[in-house]
Design a protein around this ligand. Structure first.
Ligand code: LLP
Length: 433
């Protein structure tokens, strides 16, 4: 938190809006994004490429937070997006996102999803496996269409991160294997298909990565493959996409590099590796999700019940939990939380911040230092913008929270709070026959 984020009343502000007022106006739990931070991060990534004078795309990995409003912001900021489902693609279409800037990822895209991508002239399909390559080929034939493709390869690099969010190691469900020759075979199929325009190659090594080594490794690997393809097939890759995964700081013990430092190192690694080959420098694409929206998001909660047992750390319970942020329960993810009415108030106790869901594992924080709190106080959990609302559920039939965009002192509802009626909207009574 910066000093500018505390207003005259001593309250936390988000995008220039008083967090307490937002909580009163929209209710809690509430997700709030500081939109200028999103725009800023996209701009900062672009600046690194421009300073290095390379052709590039900053492709926002929209799985981190997908909403019509978010796609509008990404479009206005000049970003590309990556989508991983028909649902994300549909949302982007509804947002009017320029389809030529969309990459479609996924390890099991359905025929319907691929057909949707063809009909809407999606920029590039990230081919992941042979089944999909054949399916796409058939659909292109049926629709008498053409499309750009990239091949996703498994680079054989294990990033140092939670095993559920590693993706680049050899034993991964994503992408074409290299050592067994599958990537070559896939390229042969694509080059032989006049309906597919081969754009380049892609790899993604994981998420919430703090160190450079994995990115430099993947840069080297992709250039090596591109050079091998040039020698063997005379094919010159036009794009090298190194994926996303740039780590962000959630708690004080986290010391990731700045997102821009990762990108600068990736560009240099690719340039250096390419200089040792006969390749022309391809365009460099990145796919950050977390680093674009994570630090811009806040979850506001209201304090309710409390449980004190002598000798045990107290439980302070809020009105949300694993339904709006599954990450602590799923990945033991840690966050920092402050009292929104006085973010710098001295810490008086360490508590377990519990959620309201009927499950012992629904603890948002195992150890949060806070001033004394009472029911009705508003807490702000910081850096919740990535994979928070995006992974929200209706567990226990709790409605999902509202999402507000705040910028320059203005707040605007961009996703309504679900109602109880929404929860039963798709239910149908059972009539015993
Ligand atoms: N590109 C591809 C192909 C990906 O699979 C991902 C993330 C990204 C880009 C963006 O990675 P980022 O820059 O956001 O780290 N739910 C987990 C994270 C799953 C990431 C999945 N893929 C979490 O909450 O930590």
């Amino acid at each position: 938190l910066t000093e500018q984020q505390i207003n005259a009343a001593g309250h936390l502000t988000i995008g220039g809006c008083d967090a307490i007022e937002l909580a009163h106006k929209y209710g809690t739990p509430l997700v709030v994004y500081d939109v200028s931070r999103i725009r800023d991060q996209i701009r900062r990534f672009k600046k690194v490429f421009e300073a290095n004078q390379v052709d590039y795309a900053v492709s926002y990995a929209s799985k981190a937070f997908a909403a019509i409003a978010m796609y509008q912001v990404a479009a206005a900021a000049g970003a590309h997006i990556d989508v991983v489902s028909g649902g994300e693609l549909y949302t982007a279409i509804k947002a009017g996102f320029p389809m030529d800037r969309v990459s479609f990822h996924g390890n099991n895209k359905s025929a319907d999803e691929l057909a949707m991508a063809i009909h809407h002239h999606v920029g590039v399909i990230m081919l992941d496996n042979f089944h999909e390559t054949d399916l796409l080929s058939q659909l292109l034939e049926e629709n008498d269409a053409k499309i750009k493709v990239m091949l996703r390869i498994t680079p054989g690099i294990a990033a140092h991160t939670n095993k559920y969010i590693q993706t680049g190691q050899v034993d991964s469900k994503f992408g074409f294997d290299l050592a067994s020759g599958q990537a070559d075979e896939a390229l042969e199929k694509v080059l032989a298909n006049p309906r597919m325009e081969m754009l380049g190659l892609h790899a993604h090594i994981g998420s919430q990565i703090f160190e450079l080594a994995g990115f430099e490794g993947v840069a080297d690997k992709l250039v090596e493959v591109a050079s091998h393809w040039q020698a063997k097939y005379g094919y010159q890759a036009r794009v090298i996409n190194v994926g996303g995964g740039f780590g962000i700081r959630y708690v004080s013990v986290d010391h990731p590099l700045m997102p821009e430092e990762f990108v600068d190192a990736i560009i240099k690694a690719i340039k250096t590796a390419v200089a040792k080959t006969n390749l022309d420098l391809p365009a460099i694409w990145i796919e950050p999700g977390r680093s674009i929206v994570g630090p811009a998001g806040y979850n506001l909660y209201t304090v309710g019940s409390r449980k004190d047992v002598p000798g045990l750390k107290p439980y302070v319970t809020v009105d949300g939990g694993m339904g709006d942020n599954i990450r602590p329960a799923l990945y033991q993810a840690e966050y920092e939380t402050v009292l929104a009415s006085n973010p710098h108030a001295p810490i008086e106790e360490h508590v377990r911040l519990a959620g309201k869901y009927c499950e012992s594992g629904d603890i948002l924080s195992q150890d949060q230092g806070l001033p004394a709190t009472k029911p009705g106080d508003v807490l702000a959990m910081l850096d919740t913008g990535a994979y928070g609302y995006a992974m929200a559920s209706n567990y226990n039939r709790n409605p999902r929270p509202a999402v507000v965009f705040a910028e320059n002192g203005h707040d605007q509802l961009v996703i309504e709070r679900e109602s109880y009626a929404d929860l039963v909207h798709l239910d149908r009574p059972y009539e015993q026959q």
